[in-house]
Design a protein around this ligand. Structure first.
Ligand code: ME8
Length: 515
């Protein structure tokens, strides 16, 4: 594992409005996976960013009375700030208006053209600006209001007729199906894979890949008046970030991506169009595309006094960054849809974080501070109960790795919190506060075992609640360089006698503000 590389991306967001909880969810999940791989010794490259071209952005800018460029320059930093506020440690924040992305997109286009896959024709069909997608007649429904809409997304479509370059997508159906069959992990979860396979089996039509009726896009090389269809340029962001087209660029070692984290609504673009473009251009394909579910507000007011909070930065301010991260990753099985509500976030925060982990840390560390000279206690002989708890903690890296292999982040957290629960039962059952008077040596052992289990938990929770994990590991005086998954277990136990800082709370309870 050590030194093995791992490249992960999120979808790049349309900055046509402020970032919402769906954007936050996706970047949090990707960050947790990236951080998990980092503590497991991988050389990680994590990319996120904004998708700034296309008709939707141009129209929104016009409505706002500014140029598209001024509009995206105002909006994109809000997405970057959101990711930073949520403690997401990306390596590149790519904007599709970045100069290197123009070079990369045009180079990819040229390669597809050289492969004979681009030709000029005329497009006549339906287009949804909101989805930035073309639809077949068969994919539409006619509403009572006389408006045609895409059945899957409910967005209105308009008739488009213009000269357009096409990509010979129809020529790739067989190769794509063969790729899915040979690489069963290429699309996840299973439901998304089935959906894509049946879509491709039903036959693919060539794809219109340029537009002439507006100009907010990447110019098609050698074809004045044509800008690239926004999805061609958007998908290309993944290789731009890895230094394409300069394969001598040191960043090129990060390609192919190991994982594209995206929402379920854009699986077709990533699992059909994108691999076809890459096959055409002779560029290796990403290893896996994972379509997560949608996170929706239960549609109720978040709370009487708080109003309906949907801005992720506000949510983070209200509940705390770690509680928000923990909530979305623990509550929603990754790959499925989920709901959030004020009550659900508060319950998770107070039960799992403040009570189960926070209190255990606070109580045990306070006892150590008061009764063990503020240093890691000296354990005596271990009992069966001590050994069982330590074994449960030592088994966590393997259990978490197994869960994370399928990107079952909620399972990884469930495994960790099962050990938190076991540690609480142990602590309550051993009653170190009673031992303080009756058997101080045994008390020291119980506190040592608890602290050592907290070390393992602190290491394991870093990807999910990074700030709180850092605080916990600081309180246990675990050096920065000893915070990897490989340090969990027998080999690197806490050293008795190590001085510990004064304990402080890691997870405050959420207290309802006065109405
Ligand atoms: O689709 N819950 O951008 P976008 C969870 N620019 N995820 C959600 C969500 C929700 N309620 N709403 C949206 C685009 N998403 C394109 C991507 S990639 C080359 C180009 C997810 O701003 C959505 O599924 O509409 C997507 O993965 C991401 O947020 C950005 O959505």
């Amino acid at each position: 594992m050590a030194g093995e590389r791992f490249t992960i991306t999120t979808a790049i967001s349309y900055p046509n409005g402020a970032p919402h909880i769906g954007h936050a969810y996706e970047v949090i999940a990707a960050d947790a996976i990236a951080r998990f791989k980092r503590i497991d010794g991988y050389d990680v490259f994590f990319v996120t960013g904004t998708d700034e071209h296309g008709l939707k952005i141009q129209q929104t800018a016009t409505k706002a009375g500014v140029s598209p460029r001024a509009f995206v320059d105002g909006m994109a930093p809000r997405f970057r700030t959101m990711a930073e506020t949520l403690n997401c440690a990306f390596d590149r924040f790519i904007r599709t208006t970045d100069p290197d992305h123009l070079v990369s997109s045009q180079a990819l286009w040229r390669r597809m053209e050289q492969a004979g896959d681009i030709y000029l024709s005329k497009y006549a069909g339906w287009y949804s600006v909101r989805d930035e997608a073309y639809y077949d007649e068969s994919e539409l429904v006619l509403g009572e209001d006389g408006v045609r809409r895409a059945e899957r997304t409910g967005t209105p479509v308009e008739w488009v007729e213009e000269e357009s370059y096409f990509f010979r997508l129809s020529a790739y159906a067989e190769r794509l199906l063969a790729h899915y069959a040979e690489n069963p992990d290429f699309i996840g979860p299973e439901t998304r894979r089935n959906e894509v396979v049946s879509f491709v089996r039903s036959g693919l039509q060539d794809l219109s890949v340029s537009r002439t009726t507006f100009d907010w896009g990447i110019p098609v090389p050698g074809a004045p008046g044509h800008v690239m269809y926004v999805w061609v340029d958007a998908l290309t962001n993944y290789i731009t970030a890895c230094g394409f087209p300069e394969e001598a660029d040191p960043r090129w070692r990060h390609w192919p991506a190991d994982l594209h984290v995206i929402g379920k609504d854009i699986i077709r673009f990533h699992a059909v169009y994108w691999p076809a473009f890459l096959m055409s251009a002779g560029v290796p394909l990403p290893r896996r595309v994972f379509g997560h579910g949608f996170l929706l507000s239960r549609g109720e007011k978040m709370s009487k006094s708080l109003g309906n909070v949907v801005d992720p930065i506000e949510l983070a301010g209200l509940y705390g960054v770690d509680p928000l991260r923990y909530f979305v990753l623990r509550e929603v099985p990754f790959g499925q849809d989920g709901n959030y509500s004020h009550e659900a976030i508060v319950n998770r925060t107070n039960a799992d974080l403040a009570n189960d982990l926070g209190n255990l840390a606070q109580r045990s560390l306070t006892m150590i501070a008061r009764n063990c000279d503020g240093a890691v206690p000296q354990p005596g002989d271990l009992t069966q109960a001590d050994r069982a708890l330590l074994a449960a903690a030592d088994a966590l890296p393997a259990a978490a790795r197994a869960a994370m292999r399928d990107y079952a982040l909620h399972h990884a957290l469930a495994e960790i919190w099962a050990v938190v629960a076991e540690a609480n039962r142990y602590f309550a059952g051993q009653e170190p506060w009673t031992l303080r008077k009756t058997d101080p040596a045994r008390m020291a052992t119980v506190l040592y075992v608890t602290a050592e289990v907290l070390r393992a938990i602190g290491i394991l929770v870093q990807p999910f609640v990074p700030a709180a994990a850092a605080t916990l590991l600081d309180l246990l005086a675990v050096p920065q360089e000893a915070r990897g998954l490989a340090t969990v277990g027998e080999g690197q136990r806490l050293t008795p006698g190590t001085a510990l800082p004064a304990p402080s709370p890691i997870f405050p309870r959420f207290v309802e503000p006065e109405a």
